[in-house]
Design a protein. Structure first.
Ligand SMILES: *Cc1c(COP(=O)(O)O)cnc(C)c1O
Length: 355
């Protein structure tokens, strides 16, 4: 069998959930498990995150799957529903839905589901993605209260720059002005706001990336935040060769040796989810030692510099990211964020639980 695999460390998931709890001790935690728990496998992640009070995701099918497997906690659909047919299963399985748009409100008003549906009303406070304009809040709440198929359980918004320079204050002020006097539980904070802005914690926090052991911040590492990587992408060398000065490596020969050197071929490529745009110099671990990738990433393989790693041979262990090398670092080198790397792990990579 091809040696590539993903190992998921459930103890790390639990550890990171504890870290979130310590940072936001007065809030309930709604663990964000969208996109197959950021690539970690929904069932496994949800089991490890048993101490979270609620779960949030995007995909109705996955939410129903959780209910069928006996999950009893509140499950929030972060984009809500997309057609009236979805309201019946949402009601029957007691899922909680975001309502963010007048179209959804109208669908709810026309529906007659078997049970009332728990609704979280979403406000747009500056992200300009989903949510009602702040000035519409009271009208929306009025309509929801008069709607026999809905019962409003909370108010939420989402931050645009909790991980960046603008921070959250400007949105927090808009949210607080709009919701003054509204007696509903409130949910605002993603991982970045949970970690940096206690004033944004409110009743429910919604951490995602930090639970998986990555940092939401470009300027602060996961280790510095006390987080542990939950996913390790590992493989092995399947070939080792020696190059002479001027020899190129891989498609396009974008890397050429300046003198004699040894390189390793790693069984991992972009069809496994490794970013093709990771350039020469992206960090990688071979035989427990940090080195760099070379040349272009191919569909099923990539190259590692074996300079100074004399013991490297066919079968030597390689870590692409995870334990010992944060996905944040690989992502930064590839011009993206760890979120994208974690979610991109492809179907063909076998997943196992870390010992
Ligand atoms: C994905 C998502 C989150 C979690 O964000 P992280 O940055 O991963 O913590 C929280 N809230 C909403 C609405 C989301 O879509």
């Amino acid at each position: 069998m091809r040696p590539i695999r993903v190992r998921i460390d459930s103890a790390a998931l639990r550890h990171n959930l504890d870290a979130a709890r310590r940072r936001a001790p007065r809030s309930s935690i709604c663990a964000v498990v969208k996109a197959n728990a950021y690539g970690h496998g929904l069932t496994r992640a949800v089991r490890a995150l048993a101490a979270a009070e609620g779960l949030a995701l995007i995909e109705l099918e996955a939410a129903l799957e959780l209910r069928r497997s006996g999950e009893r906690r509140p499950i929030l659909l972060l984009q809500g529903f997309f057609s009236p047919e979805e309201l019946e299963p949402i009601a029957t399985h007691a899922l909680t839905t975001v309502v963010h748009h007048p179209e959804q409100l109208a669908m709810l008003e026309r529906a007659r589901p078997a049970k009332r549906i728990a609704v979280v009303a979403k406000l747009n406070t500056g992200m300009n993605r989903l949510g009602f304009p702040a000035e519409d809040l009271h009208g929306v709440l009025e309509r929801l209260r008069n709607c026999p198929s809905a019962s409003v359980v909370a108010l939420m918004t989402h931050f645009a720059d909790a991980d960046g320079k603008r921070g959250v204050r400007w949105q927090l002020e808009r949210f607080e002005a709009a919701s003054a006097g509204v007696d509903l539980p409130k949910s605002l904070a993603n991982s970045a706001a949970l970690l940096r802005y206690p004033e944004a914690h409110k009743d429910w926090v919604r951490p995602g990336i930090m639970l998986y052991g990555c940092s939401p911040f470009p300027d602060e590492s996961a280790a510095a935040l006390g987080l542990r990587p939950a996913m390790t992408l590992a493989s092995e060398l399947i070939a080792v060769r020696s190059l002479n000065a001027g020899d190129g490596v891989g498609y396009g020969g974008t890397f050429a040796a300046s003198g004699p050197m040894r390189i390793g071929v790693v069984a991992c490529g972009y069809a496994d989810g490794y970013p093709r745009h990771a350039p020469t110099g992206t960090p990688i671990i071979v035989c427990g030692r940090r080195t760099r990738t070379l040349g272009r990433v191919a569909m099923d393989m990539l190259f590692a510099d074996l300079t100074g790693i004399l013991e490297a041979a066919v079968g030597s262990p390689v870590t692409l990211w995870g334990e010992g090398l944060s996905a944040d670092e690989v992502a930064a080198s590839a011009g993206t964020v760890s979120y994208e790397l974690l979610c991109a792990i492809s179907q063909r990579v076998p997943v196992s639980e870390a010992p």
